[in-house]
Design a protein around this ligand. Structure first.
Ligand code: MG
Length: 266
């Protein structure tokens, strides 16, 4: 459910004031940045009911990154060993003890399809409710990269630039097309990687278009840099990159994934 207007506005105003005061304090070299400084609570994206779910196994030229049977295309981010999340009944389930996993292969520009499902009996609130994510390009260990958020956003109040379909802390989804827990959902992504000069200077920011359950939620959004939990995004030069799935450190049950495929683009 969206936050009540007064509460959200109050938070937004407080957040804006905090950003201003931080900028001022930063200029004077004091006051550390806080995660809540970059949360946006209003306006809440309108809720829309998506069309019926149709699983999509992809066209003939797709690279199957997960077909429900094997994690051969994936490695553990922390040490590059074969991915050790659980595969059962045609899906893979996040193993929080193992941590993030990422593709063996590296990609630049691509079309990506991915299906995910929050457990029907999920507990928790806000960001602690089946939080995961797709890092559209992994730029290092842990959560380094550009995160397309995965979260139960069916009647779950949180900051809108951290809900399902957001480019985390940068761009809320245009609408909330989330299905209820227990139902499969899909992301279809067109990712255009950033480009850099040899000396590391940014020549072209990353851009992303995302459909959530068949509904457009990110329309050729230009990213401001890598995802950061605290502070301001920025770019650091990188080349072709793995795609990474997040094992989020919260106590709620994790989502499962199935049917992940990709088509490289020029
Ligand atoms: Mg996440």
């Amino acid at each position: 459910m969206p936050a009540p207007l007064s509460r959200g506005c109050a938070r937004s105003i407080v957040g804006f004031a905090a950003v201003l005061s931080l900028a001022h304090a930063g200029a004077q070299g004091s006051a550390p940045a806080r995660p809540e400084d970059t949360e946006v609570w209003q306006p809440a994206p309108p809720v829309v009911t998506p069309p019926p779910m149709e699983s999509n196994a992809g066209p003939s030229d797709a690279i199957r990154l997960f077909d429900g049977t094997s994690l051969d295309e994936w490695v553990n981010t922390k040490d590059g060993t074969p991915a050790s999340w659980t595969v059962m009944d045609g899906r893979m389930v996040v193993d929080k003890a193992t941590g993030n996993i990422e593709t063996r292969r590296h990609f630049r520009n691509y079309q990506l399809h991915l299906e995910w499902r929050v457990p029907a009996d999920v507990m928790g609130t806000g960001q602690a409710r089946s939080n995961s994510g797709v890092f559209l390009a992994s730029t290092g260990g842990g959560d380094r990269g550009y995160e397309l958020q995965i979260l139960d956003s069916y009647r779950n109040d949180t900051y809108v630039n951290g809900m399902a379909g957001s480019i985390y802390k940068q761009s809320p989804p245009l609408v909330n097309a989330a299905r209820r827990p227990g139902e499969w959902q899909s992301y279809d992504v067109v990712w255009r990687a950033p480009t850099f000069e040899a000396n590391g200077a940014l020549t072209k920011p990353a851009r992303v278009t995302v459909f959530f359950n068949g509904v457009l939620i990110q329309d050729d959004f230009e990213l401001r840099g890598e995802t950061v939990f605290v502070g301001t995004p920025s770019y650091t030069k990188h080349g072709d990159s793995a795609i990474k799935l997040q094992a989020h450190n919260d106590p709620s049950a994790s989502p499962a994934f199935r049917n992940i495929w990709l088509r490289p683009l020029p």
